[in-house]
Design a binder for this molecule. Structure first.
Ligand code: GTP
Length: 805
């Protein structure tokens, strides 16, 4: 960059001095040289003038002394005295300066004044003699001056003699002639001496002038050299700065040309000064054509302010205002009328704190917008079918539910599930399944009206929103869809694939006010369609009681899934007390609880039926087994009180699950818990309804050392005969007999009978619901082996139960 201004932190005067000081110094030196030369010349001139006066004084003195000698005229003598005073004064001054120590400047001044020198010249005469008398150039004139003074001294002596002669009146002609001859003799010596003094002085002054001339020429030459040298330095520095500036400019130009963002600069009036390559491409105009034009002619900008163009853009940028309307993405309208969305930034260009123009940077955000659109599409659509997804479907449903709906034309919500779709995947492969899903989607779409919504809710499940549709037409559309689904044939690798549609439909009556409710009911209706044999439409009727129950069940399914996913189950335990003898250790039953946000713990009776109905028990049982074993293992490792029996409930629906058996094996093995501590409780009814698998499971686990208890025993009395087939260790007498034991003799008899039969068959008995000590006492009296109930202990968290023993 050129050194145009002062470096930061320096004033302009200092910056100027930094560059010009050598020149200033040279001018001062030259001025000093000239001034001193002039002074020397002036001193020399004064010396020459003094010498003239000195010579004249000498001559006058000789003349007047000659007249005095001839005439004895006192007037001539006075004239003589006056004339001789000049050389004598000069001599006195010379002696005061050159021979008196210390130098007597006053005497010197007085002497030169007597020598009739001009008062202004006296100081320069003193200066010249004082400082230059040793120089060769001054020594010669001084020698001649001294010689001249010797003749003056002779003349003075002669003048004394003549004056004494005339004063005494003893002067004769011979004496006069003798005096005049002496005067002529002195004159003969003095005149050449004066001439030599004058000549040598002239010579010296010429030489001095010459020297001064050369000195000044030399000084001037030196100064020219120095100036040239310094100027060359400055020029080289400037050249370096210019080269650096050029390099910087080039670098900036290449950078601007290379960057992807369009850069436009303007002056204060908004005239375009520069466009980089990206800007040329964006506005569709070459830089040479755009330069000098008003920005609005070059950049067609829709900045959201209403006016197309960039008329006031520069003005706004210079004011520091916004470049476009808040929340609006400005677009550049290209000559072909295509619009390019841009991110627009503008800043003023300032030089030394003063605005010079504006720079605009336009970043093409087409790709970003595309990504955003893509992402938002992906967030709301299903990739396989291109349909809206569950989230978007629920959103639309929510909008629909929030709007007032005309009575009788509320519209309908349909859940469509493909029948036995898994078969297609399993037999023809996943790709065939995908193709079927796409075809079903096309088919469904073709039967819907404009404004209806079709969504893929997941897997082989579709959702349909029929807007503004009375029940009759809704049902007809649903039936058409079912029919079309049934007739649909998809050709895949030479095979014809077919499926059926199970459709659940619900009219969106005002009573269905939330999405959750509407979706649950539609899901239920679909479930009913499946349950009814598939390939059918089930229309939900508000008064359908069975449906309502299932609705509740379906909600449980959702909640239980969440509970498994988010670890909302808790393990509690209740101790079982030995009634006939001291227990050999802790005997407890593990109980499951559900802990949902903000609610009390939920007992299993509330959710087990739904979980069993919708096949969730195997998963829940697995959860219980794993976490109970983990708690026992931890308890053993911590050296807690000895556990004799830990009872774990297994659902009837888990009994036929082969994989559960393997799971229990693995878990026992991995936990390191002694299998002899474990007792699995299964209900009497479930054991009987899954008899073969229940027996297999029992025998298998019994080989490990596990025990079994038959829970709720007695409720299915007709199944008593099966008892001998079930290799259980404990019979748990159903609580309904125990609870009323004291008041109801039949129940007491039932307890006694069960206890008796159990003992006969070699099984221990446990009575549930021992809610008072009276009941406990009665049970003990009957001979029941163990009791469990609030009178003995309440359920507590498993860890606490284990710790307390
Ligand atoms: N090809 C394919 N299969 C999928 C996709 N998503 C889920 N599935 C399969 O769809 C099947 C859905 O099965 P279900 O609805 O549970 O059972 P189904 O065989 O249809 O039987 P029903 O519904 O009881 O009539 C499962 O096998 C899934 O693996 C997918 O995107 N593509």
């Amino acid at each position: 960059m050129t050194d145009t201004g002062a470096p930061p932190g320096q004033g302009p005067l200092r910056a100027t001095l930094r560059i010009t000081w050598p020149f200033l110094l040279m001018v001062v030196l030259l001025a000093a040289c000239v001034a001193s030369s002039l002074y020397v010349l002036s001193a020399v001139r004064a010396f020459v003038a003094g010498e003239s006066l000195w010579t004249k004084g000498q001559k006058d003195a000789i003349y007047y002394l000659d007249r005095y000698a001839a005439t004895g005229s006192p007037d001539a003598y006075v004239q003589y005295r006056k004339a001789v005073e000049v050389p004598l004064g000069d001599k006195a001054a010379r002696l005061a300066l050159l021979e008196s120590r210390p130098i007597d400047l006053n005497a010197a001044r007085e002497g030169f004044a007597r020598g009739e020198n001009h008062p202004d010249d006296i100081d320069s005469l003193i200066w010249l003699l004082q400082w230059f008398h040793r120089f060769e150039i001054m020594r010669q004139p001084l020698v001649h001056w001294v010689v001249g003074d010797q003749h003056i001294a002779s003349l003075q002596l002669l003048a004394e003699e003549i004056h004494q002669g005339h004063t005494a009146g003893l002067v004769d002609a011979g004496t006069r002639r003798s005096w005049q001859a002496s005067i002529r003799s002195i004159n003969a010596g003095a005149t050449p001496a004066a001439r030599a003094f004058s000549a040598s002085l002239g010579d010296s002054s010429r030489r001095i002038v010459q020297w001064l001339l050369w000195a000044n020429v030399g000084m001037a030459s030196l100064l020219i050299l120095l100036t040239t040298w310094h100027t060359r330095g400055l020029l080289a520095q400037r050249q370096r700065a210019e080269l650096a500036l050029d390099a910087e400019r080039e670098q900036a130009r290449i950078t601007l040309a290379a960057i992807g963002d369009a850069v436009v600069t303007t002056d204060l009036q908004g005239q375009v000064l520069y466009l980089n390559a990206a800007a040329e491409a964006l506005v569709g105009m070459p830089a040479r054509e755009a330069t000098g034009r008003p920005l609005a002619q070059v950049l067609q900008l829709n900045d959201g302010t209403g006016a197309l163009g960039a008329e006031h853009l520069v003005e706004r940028v210079l004011r520091g205002g916004p470049t476009h309307r808040d929340g609006f993405t400005p677009t550049v309208v290209r000559p072909d009328q295509s619009a390019v969305p841009v991110k627009l930034m503008g800043s003023p260009i300032e030089h030394q704190g003063r605005p010079k123009g504006a720079v605009l940077v336009l970043h093409d955000v087409t790709r970003e917008q595309h990504y955003v659109e893509q992402l938002s599409w992906q967030a709301s659509h299903d990739a396989l079918t291109g349909l809206v997804n569950r989230r978007e479907f629920e959103h639309r449903l929510e909008v629909l539910l929030s709007q007032p709906r005309a009575v009788g034309r509320e519209g309908a919500l349909l859940f469509v599930d493909l029948d036995q779709f898994k078969l297609i995947n399993d037999t023809c492969g996943h790709q065939a399944g995908d193709e079927m899903l796409r075809e079903v989607c096309r088919m469904l779409q073709s039967h819907l009206r404009e404004g209806d919504t079709l969504a893929r809710l997941g897997g082989d499940e579709f959702g349909i929103l029929l807007k503004d549709c009375p029940p009759g037409p809704s049902a007809r559309i649903a039936e058409q869809l079912r029919q079309a689904g049934h007739e649909l044939r998809v050709l895949w690798e030479g095979r014809q694939l077919s499926t059926g549609l199970s459709i659940g439909m619900v009219q969106l009556i005002p009573a269905l006010s939330t999405i959750q409710e509407a979706m649950r009911v539609a899901d239920m209706a679909c479930y009913r369609a499946k349950e009814g044999g598939r390939n059918q439409v089930f229309v939900y009727q508000t008064e359908d009681i069975e449906m309502s129950r299932r609705e509740g069940d379906m909600d449980w399914v959702r909640r239980l899934r969440l509970a498994l996913e988010h670890h909302r189950f808790r393990l509690h335990a209740q101790t079982i007390t030995a009634l006939q003898r001291d227990g050999a250790g802790l005997h407890l039953e593990v109980l499951l609880r559900l802990a949902e946000d903000g609610t009390e713990l939920i007992a299993p009776g509330c959710f087990i039926p739904a979980a069993e109905h919708y096949g969730m028990m195997p998963a829940i049982d697995r959860w219980v087994v794993r976490h109970t074993l983990a708690a026992l293992a931890q308890h053993q490792a911590a050296g807690g009180p000895a556990v004799h029996t830990c009872a774990i409930n297994l659902s009837g629906t888990s009994l036929g699950d082969e994989s559960l058996l393997r799971y229990i094996h693995t878990e026992i093995e991995q936990s390191g818990v002694d299998p002899h501590l474990l007792c699995f409780e299964i209900t009497e009814t479930s054991a009987i309804s899954h008899l073969p698998s229940a027996v297999r499971l029992m025998k298998d686990l019994q080989q490990l050392g596990c025990r079994f208890a038959l829970d709720d025993f007695g409720v299915g009395m007709s199944s008593f005969t099966y008892l001998k087939h079930l290799p259980v260790d404990y019979l748990k007498i159903d609580g309904s007999f125990v609870r009323d034991l004291l008041d109801d003799p039949t129940n007491r008899a039932m307890v006694e009978m069960i206890n008796h039969i159990g003992h006969v068959m070699g099984k221990e008995t446990i009575a549930e619901f021992a809610e008072s000590m009276e009941i406990v006492d009665a049970l003990r009296a009957i001979g029941v082996d163990h009791a469990q109930g609030y009178a003995l202990s309440r359920p507590v968290p498993l860890a606490d139960c284990l710790r307390k023993g």
